[in-house]
Design a protein around this ligand. Structure first.
Ligand code: GLN
Length: 237
């Protein structure tokens, strides 16, 4: 951690905030506080400089127009590249996931991304809408992924990125794999918000950010109910 507080930044809520992406920040902050970790949260709008000294960055989903604008501004700003070089943990969702790659397609044009994840996104033939479920890379030691996806893009991974999960329902990157991770950057098409439906991913980000090997367990009775209901719903789809 860079200071005595865990610093969490929500990137460009004015441009990228679909399907309750703010919930990811709330879940992270709450799960840290319940472990006695003091937290400061920041919402950095697209007309503000991106701080490079935070511990965890969150970037959410968005429509094509705001997504293209967000990418331009993040590239011009440079703060995100410096933060990743410093070893910050990052959760990227849907449009934010595509922005972290080399390029993505928006409104018929190919747009440059940040190139911080070795992925490339193009437009698919159909829109992927509905429940997505997957078995997460065993190296991460997490239970199955559950989320809601709504995207036109399809994503190819290069050798520098590892799939986050193998798809067991829905589309994700291409119907086979879902999301990607490399270093402390994690990307997924799962909304929901993703961390409310996958608190184990919130705890992974907290472990990456704090350097802790393990965290005090929390009572996840309600989260587990939600997860079980949604995982079953995806199976029935
Ligand atoms: N605009 C992107 C796409 O359609 C991302 C959509 C989203 O964030 N929900 O692929």
């Amino acid at each position: 951690m860079s200071t005595e507080h865990l610093r969490i930044v929500w990137i460009y809520p004015d441009l990228l905030s679909t399907y309750g992406d703010r919930g990811n920040m709330l879940i992270l902050a709450r799960r840290a506080q319940l472990r006695g970790i003091p937290v400061e949260t920041y919402q950095v709008r697209s007309d503000q400089p991106m701080p490079d000294s935070a511990d965890i960055y969150l970037i959410g989903g968005g429509e094509d127009g705001p997504q293209a604008l967000a990418a331009q501004r993040l590239i011009a700003d440079g703060g995100m590249h410096r933060a990743v070089a410093r070893g910050a943990a990052v959760l990227t969702i849907c449009a934010g996931y595509q922005i972290f790659g080399h390029s993505f397609s928006a409104k018929g044009a190919t747009c440059a991304g940040l190139g911080l994840l070795d992925i490339t996104s193009d437009r698919g033939e159909t829109r992927a809408v509905g429940e997505v479920r997957g078995d997460i890379d065993p190296r991460l030691g997490l239970p199955p992924l559950t989320g809601f996806e709504n995207h036109g893009g399809r994503t190819r991974l290069g050798p520098g990125a590892t799939p986050l999960a193998r798809v067991t329902a829905g589309i994700g990157n291409d119907g086979q794999t879902e999301g990607a991770w490399a270093g402390k950057i994690l990307g997924t098409y799962a909304h929901g918000p993703a961390l409310a439906r996958n608190p184990a991913i919130a705890d992974l980000l907290l472990r990456w950010a704090t350097g802790a090997d393990s965290l005090q367990p929390l009572d996840d009775t309600w989260a587990d109910r939600l997860r079980n209901e949604r995982l079953a719903a995806a199976g029935a789809a």
